[in-house]
Design a protein around this ligand. Structure first.
Ligand code: SF4
Length: 237
């Protein structure tokens, strides 16, 4: 690990002395900010504002943003309203499958604090307790203009190298995992090896591991193939 840090340090040092590296970084950020694939996870009523935001009236494609149906290719995860405990599991599975850098936007007041469902036993109240959220677009529900304004703000943040919440998931994984375990139970696990990814990105920090990752390691099971259930039912005699 220390070797890896030394190599990163040498690269950073070489970069400081090379103005072209900065130009290339800026160009990369510019291109990244203007070619975003968005996975819209339509959990609540806020989803109804997306068709006008996507289509000819507001036309989010002019900003370089277009919908994407798979997490592997998506850059933005858009959560559009209240999140039930059951749905939150799927949101976390989806988020962890996206490759970095990745960005999360919470649309609607329900993602901020539970909104009108704040007393519901079945609703996860604060999205950012379970995932790092880059931006909230509040309202019940926010209009398409607000959605477009939020996306523009995210583009500015990516271009200015400020949209770095995804790194927090690796650096503070024990915190996020602890909140997930308190909601889903001690044996909560996902197929993605976040600790290995944190190491891969050089983001293993002092808060990556802790008592919650230790609990995860105790309960973790290797993925097993699902049982095939294609047997044709027998005909009645
Ligand atoms: S904030 Fe309002 S519109 Fe949005 S999901 Fe909650 S109840 Fe629905």
């Amino acid at each position: 690990m220390s070797n890896e840090r030394e190599v990163i340090g040498i690269h950073a040092e070489a970069k400081r002395g090379n103005p072209l590296a900065h130009v290339f970084d800026e160009l990369t950020r510019f291109c990244r900010a203007r070619s975003l694939f968005m996975l819209h996870y339509c959990t609540g009523c806020g989803a109804i504002e997306l068709p006008p935001a996507m289509t000819s009236r507001f036309d989010m494609e002019r900003l370089g943003i277009q919908p994407m149906v798979t997490p592997r290719q998506a850059d933005i995860l858009l959560v559009t309203g209240y999140v039930s405990v059951k749905t939150l599991k799927r949101i976390i599975l989806t988020y962890e499958q996206m490759s970095a850098p990745k960005y999360v936007i919470g649309i609607c007041s329900c993602t901020v604090n539970g909104g009108m469902y704040w007393q519901s036993y079945a609703t996860a109240k604060v999205l950012k307790a379970y995932l790092p959220v880059d931006m909230y677009i509040a309202g019940c529900m926010p209009r398409p203009e607000a959605v477009i304004a939020g996306l523009r703000a995210l583009i500015d943040d990516i271009e200015a190298d400020r949209a770095e919440s995804w790194k927090r998931y690796y650096q503070h994984y024990d915190h996020y995992l602890g909140n997930q375990q308190s909601l889903f139970g001690d044996d909560w696990q996902t197929p993605t090896d976040i600790l290995a990814e944190a190491e891969h990105y050089g983001l293993l920090g002092e808060h990556t591991r802790g008592k919650h990752t230790a609990l995860l390691e105790r309960h973790q099971r290797p993925l097993e193939a699902l049982e095939m259930r294609l047997r044709v039912p027998e005909e009645p005699e």
